[in-house]
Design a protein around this ligand. Sequence first.
Ligand SMILES: Nc1ncnc2c1ncn2[C@@H]1O[C@H](COP(=O)(O)OP(=O)(O)OP(=O)(O)O)[C@@H](O)[C@H]1O
Length: 767
Amino acid sequence: MAAPFTTNGLRALRISRATQRICRPRLAVCISSVLVRQLSTSLPRFTSVATAIDTAIATQPVSSHADDASQPVPPSEVVAEEPAKKEPKPFSSLIGKVSKETLEAITVRPMRHTHMTTVQEAVLSMLPELIDPLKKQDDGSFEEPSVPRDLMVRAKTGTGKTLAFLVPAIESRVKAIEEAVSNAKALAGKAADRRLVLDASRNFVKSHVGALILSPTRELAKQIAVEAERLSTHHGFKVHQFLGGESKNQQLREWKYNRRDIVVATTGRLRDLMDSQPELLRPIKEAKLLILDEADTMLDIGFRPDIEYITAQLPRAPERQTFIFSATISKAVQQIARQTLSKNHVYINTVLGTDSPVHAHIPQYHTVLSSAKDQLPHVLRLLAHDQLTNPGRSKVMIFLPTTKLTQLYSTLIRELARAVLPAGRNTVIYELHSKRSMESRTRTSDKFRHDESGACVLITSDVSARGVDYPGVTRVIQLGIPASSDQYVHRIGRTGRQGSTQGRADLVLLPWEHGFIRDQLSKIPLKPVTSHDFEKHVHEIAEKHDDDPKSFVEAHKSNLSGRRQRHRDTLFAGRVAERLKGVNEEIDEVLSSAVEEEDVHDTFASLLGYYVSKDEELRTSRDTILEGLREWAVHAGGLPEAPYISETFLNKIGFPSERAGKKMAQRSGGRFFDGHRDKDRGAPKQNRWSGRGSKQSKMQRSRNEGEDDGYSSRRPRDRDSGYSYPERRDRDGGSYRDRDRDSDHRRSKDGGEYDGERRGRRSSWPN
Ligand SMILES: Nc1ncnc2c1ncn2[C@@H]1O[C@H](COP(=O)(O)OP(=O)(O)OP(=O)(O)O)[C@@H](O)[C@H]1O
């Protein structure tokens, strides 16, 4: 019988590596190619590796650094095929390579998966060799591994990367325990009995951590921990979570009394505990596997000091293995990653050639608005469109660049949904950002994940951009430019997951943000749509509904769950088109009654902080950005005057400010941005929203009461769990200090949420 693909594949890679070490690179690649080609004739699955090496030959420079011993050996690259091009392999093909407990968890209970995704097949077919424990030699060093043990893996969003790294983590733990027991037996010789075996196993699982998994956000860390628990159900493993914003005492209690198989952590909390808790540090220092999920963020400047601190405490390669996973791994990140990975690592790339890391089947649109005034109406029309085209199963995520804008939009959409959207008061609005307590974030995230209302919206900052798995998201709306093109990809990845062919993405930009598309998103297949055309389109669909609501809903009946099928007549109340026509009046009304000027000013300041360094990506001047934001404050935020920004403040935030400052000063009578109001400017002019905020500002209330979860105007507020909870601090009182250290708040350039901390400097404006 032919040897399994993996063994042959790894053997070929090993030979290829050996040849690379001793020959000139071009020659080495040729030899490798011949070897691989021979294999691929008998094993068709190996063709992709052969193709990769062929590509390498084509691109290999004739004169290279062949004799330079200091050049790192390049990683072996495995290019996996797209699922569309081949039959997915069943998990049952892993029998004999993976323990039966893990396979049972995957295929029977609780996961019930049948076939591997491309990335899973590429990684799991490297088992069991990938995680074989290394033998310790007499001098205390470890034997040279016979196959590459470190991985850098790139695969599209929603393709099951979590399972791809968790299975090796679990299997490696199983093997390490077996080895510890067998060593104990060997030591005891004939005296070995059942009790000794048990003791050896018990000691080992408490004194050695198996795998340490680091994640950039708490939401993602929690999700990974849940998946790890599910996958290790039949092994009885304990998964520890060290996440900021949660009780340290509780985490330490769990740690004290339980085995330590897998640790999932955000870097801030883990570092904090490693610093202060020797009881925790000792077993973590024994961790033989480090996994960085969303690796490009983890290796970004904001997280790197923590990552370096943590990795410095762990064993070195080859004793420690490192896996790096992400949907986006740029060349620069690859360079940095190589400092963390062993030289002898494999790069598995399932995103082929020039292919976009976003799923091709997700239609992506962008709208450049002609004025800031159209921003909110357009977003409401997008929501209406989603509810009309996905009746009974609309689930939308709206991403905003700053926390303040997230709060403002949550207030506005919560107020407007009832009057404007087709599902009206049945629309459930969720709000999620880093200013919420951890408890509230977890609750909101869980509720949105399991929401079956048929019309729900999660308004969120970038805390939800990466890795978080919400099934059934029908549309992702991005308002304003994302922090980077990678962040765009990750946000979009919240829809069309698990091979789902449904989903849509919309990017909504102000006129001066247009340059971002050419500068950063030129490789993304974005289709333009004007707000005018879209308005017409939505009205046509709404009128179609209003002409015959019953048959409209009937046509989409298959989308409805049993419970909602019974209530399908009430899916969209009243005449939808008419309500949509009144959107501008409703917005005026809500801006004047539910939003304080102060909130708009704060939001403006947060946007200024976010956009100030984006002039290059936007291909425009800072003056244009400033003007654009001032226009936004008036036309979208409803301020009577554009905010005035002092020259000093402009200087502070890096504007070429003398000219801009004077210009603003001459034009403006509004609020003075340097912590003072400009008293000499007299009373602000009355505008159509004067007397605004007469209802208590929702943003204010949100701040005061921790309002968040699934607020639907249909429900009485006092009965809405999560609505009236006071903002709570952790019982251990450490939340604020801890939050400052938490990964979510240390995000850099494209780590997501802008929270006033930019490149290590805390700014003076709100976020
Ligand atoms: N083999 C499989 N068959 C069916 N569903 C799967 C399989 N593997 C994973 N899934 C499901 O697919 C979804 C997405 O998986 P996961 O979150 O691991 O994707 P990801 O690649 O890590 O995405 P992201 O890049 O956004 O982090 C999850 O709901 C997971 O349970």
